[in-house]
Design a protein around this ligand. Sequence first.
Ligand code: PLP
Length: 385
Amino acid sequence: MEIRQLDQQYIAGTYKRVPLTLCKGHGAYVTDEQGRDYIDLGSGIAVNTFGVADPGWVEAVTAQLNQLQHTSNYYYTEPMARLAATLCERTGMSKVFFSNSGAEANECAIKAARKYSSDRYGSGRSTIITLQDSFHGRTVTTLSATGQDSLHTHFGPFTQGFAHVPAGDREALVKAADDSCCAVMLELIQGEGGVHVLDAEYVEFVRRLAKERDLLVIVDEVQTGNGRTGRLYAHMHYGFRPDICSTAKGLAGGLPLGATMFNEKTQEVLTPGTHGSTFGGNPVCAAGALHVLSRLDDMFLEEVAQKGRYIREQLEGLSAVEEVTGLGLMIGLRLKKDLAKTVEGCREKGVLVLTAHDKLRLLPPLNIPFEVLKEAVDIIKEVIE
Ligand SMILES: *Cc1c(COP(=O)(O)O)cnc(C)c1O
């Protein structure tokens, strides 16, 4: 049977797929079953940090695969230990818990925030404030955390203890931050919600209020982390370290890995038996992540920022472009044109792009060569003009 028929017949119908079957790729290019190459400005939703089949990454991953693929967390393994040390050295955080996805990294953050509060203050202080238009995952609890009412259907009862406030609304935040709260959780750049960059002064306000009321600040860097915004983590643009920071997507460059990082205040919260994961910190994924982080040095990150500025300069001010948002290689475009037709038009001309809410979204591989990026941006301009 045709691949698309098999998929439609046997795969649960959760995804509205693009009519394209991808077979392989190299660098910023992916190839369909007819052998046609596309420039991929989505990177598997910010996952393929160095594009497809990057030689250095493949070597690091296969070397580990040939040694040991999995052990369970009963045993010590080198890649996981070194990866945790590297993450802490590079961020100033103190400890890491590894899982397999963004939702799991956030689940761990939520559990730890609630335990921090119950250890200190006893029960009744469990509410976590999150922002409207946020996205924190698809498990029942991370869906509850997610501030999008359209996602709060079908699966009730949802997990109690989340209060959603509009991003930027200080009054609503102050009002929500009552005695029942233990934490504020936010994306510094809302990804799925439409590539919305939070205002630095608002974030400073959140931090001050959190400090006053001993609320933990949890930053969800599942999408913004690992070099995507031109700094290793987006909180570095804002000049602070969160109490808890979750990440996943691009961390292992294409393998499933989530990480929840704790600072000096929260590092002792999780104790034996309070949390765990069978696959979490798997040696192959950890080896991939170690390789990714080893290449995200200052020079590389400066190039990411430069490429982001290039895209912005090229697209800002075009008559069909209402607004360009984002940071580094995480970019949103509000167009005065039909979004679906634009995406399709780009695909027909050989460029794959994403959307987020009402915006066109670009998340190219961080190492996309300048010539390839230029070619892709020229095609986007041609399609939208
Ligand atoms: C993608 C995403 C998640 C969910 O990650 P999964 O790996 O799909 O579970 C959570 N938070 C943010 C900010 C994301 O972008």
